[in-house]
Every structure is written in C-alpha cells, then in structure tokens.
Ligand binder design. Structure first.
Ligand SMILES: Cc1ncc(COP(=O)(O)O)c(C=O)c1O
Length: 357
C-alpha cells in the first residue's frame, strides 16, 4: 500500500478550538453567550481600525504587500529596530510554523516547558523533531530545569511569558542569567510575548532589548490580544536580520492579508485605544482576582488577560457557567486539570461570573 501521508501526522491531533461562538449560542439558546475561553480582547477593536478596514475593503481584489513593509516600518519605529529585523505572520501561530520549517530537522531537540501553548509542541512534532518537556514548577517556568535539558542536540528553546495558560512571567534576572548560561553558541530561544501588553510587574523584561546581546533570540508578538485583531490574524517576530532572512525563505508570498495589514497599522496609530484596553484589563483582572480570592479560590497572580483558577470540579463548574451564558476553558484541555482558564471580561461579565461562583 502506498504510504501517502507523513508518519508524524499520526502523533498530531487537529487543534480543537471549539465550536464557532454563534453556533454554540444558537444551540444552547443563549444569544448573549460571552466567550471567556480564548483570551480575546473584551473591548474590541479601535474605531480607527474599523474605519481603516472599511476603507481597504474595496481593494481586496489586489494582492497585499507580500513583505508587509509599511507595517514593519511602523513597528520598527515603535520598537527601535529596523524593518529588516521584523517579519509579519498570519498570526504569531504562523511564525511558529515558519520557524519549524526553517530550523527544525529530524531528531533535533526542542525544549518546551510543559504544559504550555499547545502549538509549540505541534510545530516541533510536525518537523519530526523531538519535544523535550520541562515541567513547570507549580505555575512557574523552571529555567533551571530548562537549562539542564539543553544539550548539543538542542535546536531551540520555546519560552512563553506571560505564560499561557498559567499567566505567570519569567522575570528579567533569571531570564538574563539563563540566556548568559547558554554561552557563545546557544540554541535559538523563542520568547513568546503574546500577552506582554498586560504585564505590569516592574521586573517583566523587554524581550526586544535583549536581542542586541542575544542574537539567537526570537521575540513573538501579536495584534490578536492588545489590538483586538484576533479575527484578522496578524502577528510578528522580532529577531536579527539573519534570522528574519531565514524565516522569509519559508514564508508564503502573501502571508498577511490586506485587511490585516491596514488594521494593524491603524492599531499602531491609536495608542489611546491601546492604553484603554490595557487599563481595562488590568483593572478588571484586579477586580476578578479580588472577587475570586474573597470566595476562597486560589490561582497564580496573572500578568495576562486571563486567570487560571483552581476549582474542585472543573467540568461541573464549566457547565454551570455555560448555562449562565459564560464560556470558559476547562484547564484539562490546556494541561491543568482541576482548573478553569477564564479570560478577563468587561465589568458586567466579571460581576456575572463572580455571581455564579
Ligand atoms: C501564548 C500564545 N502565543 C501565541 C498565540 C497566537 O497568537 P496569534 O493569534 O497571533 O496567532 C496565542 C494565542 O492565544 C497564545 O496564547
């Protein structure tokens, strides 16, 4: 029998994102169902973004700028790097795939804290490389353990800060110590900062600033969270010119669509909306945390736009919340059985959630 599919696919299950929200709401007869399971932006996009998308809509018959030049230039100005140090992706997700395609070979080892954002391990497995799991210490990334697992066979380390799903961060001193400990010929170190805009710990490091001294770093960021563009799929990597050149060689010609590019640009030009989102998430995160604490729940202090809450019966509580019109994530789906991962919502939603609890 002809073997047409790659053997590694047997080890991969399709990513289960759940039913479309509208379908689930219709099925449950809950038209006002609020999704708190995907760490989306509760405020929605800036009106300037909406206007930019509307303007661009008449031009969707034209291919986008394949290199996303205007977006990279604007981002570069903001981050203090050149446009050649940036590559845009169809979500940060795509950049993980590009990295795997560009760097991972059969039997390479990639150290990944476990649990963490599921697509890391999937991209490694798809490349026929090997995931070397480094268990979290409770809810924290254990950099000592990660370091111990780095060998000559290690192609990359994939770190996430703020961590999904734990919500914890890697502070500057241990991160710098870890990077220094890797020596002069380190593996690639991916630092996924998808939720960086919600961190307010003074020791939260600026990954981009570390690039100068650590050229094998790849910083991943996204417009999905802070800019509320999850539905348009725009992410980016900040790295050295050489790394970006390598990633560009495996990128599809028009990977970021026209609407996504103008929306991301408009979002960059609306710092007020960005500040409003950050303020809202930080305030509501504190409100939710306080309310949960008062009700006896425990959870790691979050630096992201979600909380990972320990609960006695996650399945039953998730069902109860769903019946009340609030969709949250069962921690078992993201490596934390006995927990619920709950995105921070608007005040009214958070009050409702606390009411049910
Ligand atoms: C840690 C982490 N990295 C990356 C992503 C993907 O971001 P994007 O929507 O840009 O693909 C997510 C999405 O939830 C995430 O949680």
């Amino acid at each position: 029998m002809r073997k047409v599919w790659r053997a590694v696919l047997d080890a991969v299950t399709p990513y289960e994102a759940g039913k479309p929200l509208a379908d689930l709401a219709a099925e449950l007869g809950l038209p006002d169902l609020v999704r708190l399971s995907a760490n989306e932006n509760p405020l929605g996009p800036s009106p300037r973004v909406v206007a930019a998308i509307a303007r661009e809509a008449t031009r969707v018959h034209l291919y986008p700028d394949g290199s996303a030049r205007a977006l990279r230039e604007a981002l570069g100005r903001r981050l203090g790097v050149g446009p050649e140090q940036l590559i845009a992706g169809n979500g940060a997700d795509e950049l993980l795939g590009l990295l795997a395609l560009a760097a991972f070979e059969r039997s390479d080892e990639v150290v990944v804290p476990q649990p963490s954002f599921e697509p890391y391990a999937t991209s490694v497995t798809l490349a026929a490389a090997r995931v070397v799991a480094s268990p979290l210490a409770g809810y924290e990334t254990d950099l000592d353990d990660v370091r111990r697992k780095v060998t000559d066979r290690t192609k990359a380390v994939i770190l996430c800060s703020p961590h999904n799903p734990a919500g914890t961060i890697i502070r500057r001193p241990p991160l710098v110590k870890f990077l220094e400990s890797l020596g002069a010929d380190p593996p690639l170190v991916v630092l996924d900062e998808a939720y960086c805009d919600f961190a307010d710990d003074p020791e939260y490091p600026d990954g981009v600033a570390l690039l100068r001294r650590h050229p094998r770093l790849i910083i991943l960021r996204t417009f999905s969270k802070i800019a509320a563009l999850a539905g348009l799929r725009v992410g980016y990597a900040v790295a050295t010119t050489d790394t970006c050149d390598r990633l560009n060689r495996v990128r599809a010609p028009y990977n970021v669509n026209r609407l996504g590019q103008v929306a991301a640009l408009a979002a960059l030009e609306d710092p007020e909306h960005r500040d409003k989102t950050r303020r809202l998430v930080l305030e509501e995160r504190a409100f939710l945390s306080e309310g949960l604490r008062k009700r006896g729940y425990t959870f790691p202090p979050s630096q992201a736009n979600f909380l990972l809450v320990k609960v006695p019966d996650a399945v039953a509580l998730r069902d109860k919340l769903l019946r009340a019109g609030l969709l949250v994530r069962d921690g078992a789906d993201v490596g934390f059985p006995g927990h619920l991962r709950i995105s921070v919502g608007l005040r009214e939603t958070n009050e409702k959630l606390l009411g049910v609890l």
